[in-house]
Structure formats: C-alpha cells, structure tokens
Design a protein around this ligand. Structure first.
Ligand SMILES: *[C@@H]1O[C@H](CO)[C@@H](O)[C@H](O)[C@H]1NC(C)=O
Ligand SMILES: *[C@@H]1O[C@H](CO)[C@@H](O)[C@H](O)[C@H]1NC(C)=O
Ligand SMILES: *[C@@H]1O[C@H](CO)[C@@H](O)[C@H](O)[C@H]1NC(C)=O
Ligand SMILES: *[C@@H]1O[C@H](CO)[C@@H](O)[C@H](O)[C@H]1NC(C)=O
Length: 442
C-alpha cells in the first residue's frame, strides 16, 4: 500500500510538465520536486534551513516593523534574526504597514484551545482524517504523509512552510500539527458540542465555514499550481497587473463573466440559467470549462491573467471554497460573489459593496442583472484593490507565521523529533532562499 502511494506520487510529480518563466526556476522546481518526491517516498521530509553566513545582515527583510496598535492581540512586529538570509530593497521595510485586518481571524480560529491548550492526544486523534502530519523541531520540518493527496497540494504546502522557515529562521516555535488537503473542512462543530467542546482536535486546512472548526491556512496555489499551469502568486500578480492594464475597465465587455466546472455544485449549475440568450439578458456570460479539452489544449486559454476582459467577474463556490476566488478578486473588474459558505484565510474580511458585490444565491439572475446595470451606470466604481494590496506574499508568510506561532504557544507538550523517521537533511542548497527572496519583493 505504502509503496503504491509512493510510486504513484512520484509518477504524478514527474508527469507534470513544470513550465514557469525563468529556466532557473524550472530547474529549482524540478530539483525540489525530485527531492521532495524522494523524501515523501521515505514518508518523511526532514529539512533544515541552514544558517546563513554570507549575506548582508543589514539589508535584510524587515517585516511590518510598525508597533502593534491593532486590537487583534497578535504581535505584528516580527523582527528577523540577525542571520536572516533574505535581503530586500531598502524601501521595502518602510512601505510595510501594521498587520492587515484579516489577521484577527487567527485568534478566532484558535479560540477553541485558548483556555486549555492543545494536547498530543488531540493532535493524534485526527490522524485518520488528516493528509499529513507536520512536526517542526529546532527549525527542521518532518512531514509524515498519511493519505493520498490530490495533485501536488501537499508538496506545495510543505514547500510554503519551508519558505517560511527560511524567511524567519529561529523564530518559529516547535510545532506538531495535522493538515488536511481536501476541499472541505472536516472538523464539524456539531461533533464537538457540550462536554466534547474540550476535546476539539486542531486541524489545519485551506478553508473553513460557520459550521466547522478547521484552522485556516493559506492554500498551496500561492506557490504555484503546476497541473493547471498557474504560476506562483507573486509572478501571477505581476502578469495580472499587465493584464489589467491592457484593457481599461470602461472598454471591457459590459457583462458578468464566469467560466468553470459546474458539475461540482448545484449553485454553479443554477448559474447557467442566467446566461444571455436571444430571449433574455441577465447581463451574464456563462461558460462551461471543458476539462478534457482544456487539458489537451494545455490550458492555453485559461491563462487567468488574460481574463480581465469583462467588467464583472462572478465567483461561485464549487464543492467548497474555490481557489479561483483570489484570481477573480485580483482582476480589477468588479467581483460579484454569490453568497459564500466557506472562507479562506483572508476572505472573511472582505466587505460587500467595498470589496465585492454580493449576489443572492437564491435569486442569482436578478441579482446579477441588478449589479451589472448599476455598475454600467456608475463606471467609476470598478473593482477593489484588496487583493492586489493586502494579499502579497509577505502578508501570506506573515499570516502563516503568526498562526503557527500562536498555535505553538498553545501546545501543552514539547514536540520531539519523531523516533520513526529516517533522517535525511535537505539543507544548505540555497534554492529555497532564492525563491523567498523573489517572493517577498512585491
Ligand atoms: C512584540 O515583539 C517584539 C519583537 O519580537 C518585542 O520587542 C515586543 O516587546 C513585543 N510586543 C508585545 C506587545 O508583545
Ligand atoms: C452562454 O452564452 C454564450 C453566448 O451566447 C455562449 O457562447 C455559451 O456557450 C453559453 N454558455 C453555456 C454554458 O451554454
Ligand atoms: C457565518 O456567520 C457570520 C457571522 O455570524 C454571518 O455573517 C454569515 O452570514 C454566516 N455565513 C453563512 C454562510 O451562514
Ligand atoms: C529507516 O531506518 C530504519 C533503521 O533505522 C531501517 O530499518 C528502515 O529500513 C529505514 N527505512 C527507510 C524507508 O529507509
């Protein structure tokens, strides 16, 4: 069984053509993928961000040095240790502000453990639900893969955590947590009512909802989604900026656009009824994404950065929250959000009529029509800059940092190097640093 998963996993990794911009990155990715593939095969990844010796210490990355004045209870002044390997242009630190408002949700997500903390039993009780267990001891990451994961979500998630350790070496406490890589949150509130409320297991996951207790963590696509040829967020944002500038809002098609796979949800299917026909005009253009065709076309026409061609873009959830949300919001077209039921780490702070226009899921067509008519009459009110401004990689890393830091404070035991691991140190190769350096400079 283990072997099968293992070889599938490696095949899967090798199969995917990893095409990104620079040849350097391609080889980095390839190298990383091979390494991670190899280590995942041993079921464990053990990584040490090696101490840096030769990089200027003064010009290091200084995150949000502003003092914490926000009421969210998180200390937003992480300072890099003296030996931080990351260098950033001088003006970077000056432009950084206090924590974005969405950092407040870290405390809310961790609230169930605030009083009594997190025990080893709690963590281990969900081994059967999690896809991987991640242990961090002295800045080394040990990953145990527990179940098969769709595509490379797990690899990219671990990659992100490794980057974080590079970015803030020596700053993260020792950690032990379970991670779920599926679409839906899995820790149901209804299972932990009454006396069981003291036993809520902590599970990190990409999204949450009002009826679940999963702790929300940034999704893998911030580091790229090779299967869909989606570039790392930082690169994507750059492309998108250019894409946004190509056609001015006023010159875009005055319709609301949606393209996706509607097989995964009934709301998406319902959206088809709002498509424009010669009989009715709800102001919406709805396209079905033909995955098979798209795959054959090698995703030529799904280049997200080229999709800001309509004045309005519709977001509608799939099986749960959808990764597409940040890409839709990133367009400077107006985002029409069909009543969401799930959130990811930043979307709880989106405000209707400021960051998006809410679409009533029970009356979608009329609701879209109203938004489109209104928008066409008030053309100055285009999209919001929330995603462009508040969702840069630095904030993503800082969110991860604060979340894991606060999580670590709640642990009632000291995580130790798991005795059943086969150690292999993946350190001192510099490649993680390179990427972090690139990523935080936006
Ligand atoms: C926040 O962290 C900084 C640096 O780690 C420390 O100097 C400061 O005292 C902390 N502030 C609070 C309120 O904990
Ligand atoms: C929606 O309408 C457009 C324009 O008529 C058409 O090209 C498209 O195929 C329609 N979408 C669906 C899912 O039928
Ligand atoms: C979730 O809870 C918030 C706050 O109580 C509420 O505003 C929101 O409408 C709820 N979302 C759903 C989908 O029920
Ligand atoms: C891990 O190490 C143990 C001994 O320490 C060895 O018996 C086992 O074969 C190793 N496993 C792998 C996958 O290398």
């Amino acid at each position: 069984m283990g072997d099968r998963i293992c070889s599938l996993f490696v095949c899967k990794l090798i199969e995917q053509p990893m095409k990104t911009g620079a040849p350097v990155r391609v080889s980095l990715i390839f190298f990383l993928v091979l390494l991670i593939g190899a280590f995942v095969c041993l079921h464990w990844i053990d990584v040490v961000p090696s101490p840096n010796t030769d990089i200027s210490l003064q010009k290091m990355f200084l995150p949000s040095i502003t003092s914490i004045t926000s009421p969210i209870g998180i200390n937003c002044s992480i300072t890099c240790p003296e030996n931080s390997p990351v260098t950033v242009k001088d003006d970077e630190s000056l432009s950084s502000k206090a924590c974005p408002e969405y950092f407040q949700w870290i405390q809310k997500d961790l609230n169930p453990w605030k009083e009594k903390g997190i025990t080893k039993q709690m963590v281990e009780s969900i081994e059967s639900k999690a896809h991987m267990r991640i242990v961090v001891v002295n800045g080394r990451v040990y990953v145990k893969k527990l179940r098969w994961v769709y595509q490379t979500r797990d690899v990219y998630t671990v990659w992100g955590i490794l980057q974080l350790l590079r970015l803030y070496p020596g700053k993260l406490p020792d950690l032990d947590f379970m991670f779920e890589c599926g679409d839906k949150p899995v820790i149901l509130k209804s299972d932990y009512g009454g006396s069981k409320a003291k036993k809520v297991p902590p599970m990190l996951h990409y999204c949450g909802s009002n009826s679940t207790l999963d702790i929300v963590f940034p999704d893998w696509s911030f580091w790229g989604w090779p299967e869909l040829k989606i570039k790392p967020w930082k690169t994507f944002k750059k492309d998108l900026e250019e894409g946004n500038q190509r056609v001015k809002w006023i010159d875009r098609i005055p319709y609301a656009y949606w393209k996706g796979n509607s097989r995964v949800s009934s709301v998406r299917k319902g959206l088809h009824k709002c498509n424009v026909t010669h009989k009715q005009d709800w102001g919406a253009l709805i396209y079905e994404l033909d995955w098979k065709f798209t795959r054959e076309e090698k995703f030529k026409n799904t280049d997200l950065a080229n999709q800001c061609t309509h004045r309005y873009k519709i977001y509608v959830e799939g099986a749960a929250w959808s990764v597409s949300e940040k890409y839709i919001l990133a367009c400077d077209s107006m985002s029409l959000l069909v009543t969401p039921h799930y959130y990811d780490f930043f979307t709880r702070s989106l405000l209707p009529s400021i960051h998006y226009w809410p679409i009533n899921e029970n009356d979608m067509c009329k609701s879209i029509k109203f938004a489109v008519d209104w928008g066409n009459k008030h053309p100055q009110k285009a999209g919001s800059k929330f995603v462009q401004e508040e969702l840069n990689m630095k904030n993503v890393y800082d969110y991860m940092f604060h979340l894991l830091y606060e999580y670590g404070k709640l642990l009632k035991y000291k995580p130790t190097v798991p005795e059943w691991i086969n150690r292999s140190v993946l350190g001192n190769n510099g490649m993680f640093w390179k990427r972090v350096e690139e990523e935080v400079q936006d």
